[in-house]
Design a protein around this ligand. Structure first.
Ligand code: SF4
Ligand code: SF4
Length: 252
């Protein structure tokens, strides 16, 4: 499969969000309290994940903007190595991240009230953000722009939140998915797969009802924008033409 670099910065947040990532990751070394901004952000992505899966990653994440807008034009765009799709690696990265965060937070919380507590708390988050900025950029330059996103612990966090939402039946009407009302109209040109930042193949993973439900989909809509035959769209499950219940098989 040949992957294409296409413009993904079609909203202001996608285009300029990387400035926030830079300011917090590097500016936070001098002004650690900038890291406190990341606490409501993590909360927001958890809530969004509950209702829409990885929608945050494709539409609001400042690192996503960095990878798509700044790194992609400079980096390679080769297939993601299989190890980045391994559940063991994905959940291992999540566990390492969470344990690291907890171990750095514990002394700050136990000493709370000491001089500089807010700075120390902020620095815990700045450190994590800086690591993601550096490691994600290196992976973006050497593999493909969104390679980090395949294993990002915050992406996994959203998957967990989404799983809980699904079990509770809370996201049936809010979840966005790639959908083809007429799969017969698909010419199997593969363009949707070539432009997908996550290197997914919607056209190879339809359910019988025309849904693509790849767990790794970040709901960015880039595939729908570039389908030459306007076969696919990104819709809330309840808004699709065929409406009704959709017993989805896992695909992709
Ligand atoms: S880009 Fe459109 S027509 Fe081409 S394979 Fe994908 S869904 Fe089918
Ligand atoms: S399948 Fe489409 S919406 Fe999902 S990540 Fe790929 S390009 Fe974005």
């Amino acid at each position: 499969m040949r992957f294409l670099k296409v413009d993904r910065t079609n909203t202001a947040i996608r285009k300029y969000g990387w400035i926030f990532a830079f300011v917090v990751a590097f500016g936070g070394l001098w002004v650690p309290r900038l890291g406190l901004l990341l606490i409501p952000m993590m909360l927001a992505l958890g809530i969004m994940g509950f209702f829409r899966g990885k929608y945050w990653c494709g539409n609001f994440c400042p690192h996503g903007s960095l990878f798509d807008g700044v790194i992609m034009p400079l980096g390679r765009n080769v297939p993601l190595p299989g190890v980045f799709k391994s559940r063991l690696v994905i959940w291992g990265a999540f566990a390492v991240f969470m344990l690291g965060l907890a171990s750095r937070l514990a002394p700050v919380i136990s000493d709370w009230g000491a001089l500089g507590s807010w700075d120390r708390l902020g620095y815990v988050f700045v450190f994590n953000y800086l690591v993601v900025t550096v490691v994600g950029s290196i992976l973006g330059l050497t593999i493909n722009s969104r390679a980090w996103c395949a294993i990002c612990p915050m992406g996994t966090f959203q998957t967990v939140a989404h799983g809980i939402g699904s079990r509770l039946g809370a996201n049936d009407g809010t979840d966005l998915k790639v959908y083809a009302s007429d799969t017969e109209a698909c010419r199997e040109c593969g363009k949707c797969a070539m432009v997908c930042p996550m290197q997914l193949s919607p056209y190879e993973g339809w359910t019988e009802e025309g849904w693509f439900e790849g767990e790794r989909c970040i709901k960015c809509g880039i595939c729908t924008e570039h389908c030459p035959f306007a076969v696919i769209e990104l819709v809330a499950a309840g808004d699709a033409d065929e409406g009704e219940e959709k017993p989805l098989e896992r695909a992709g």
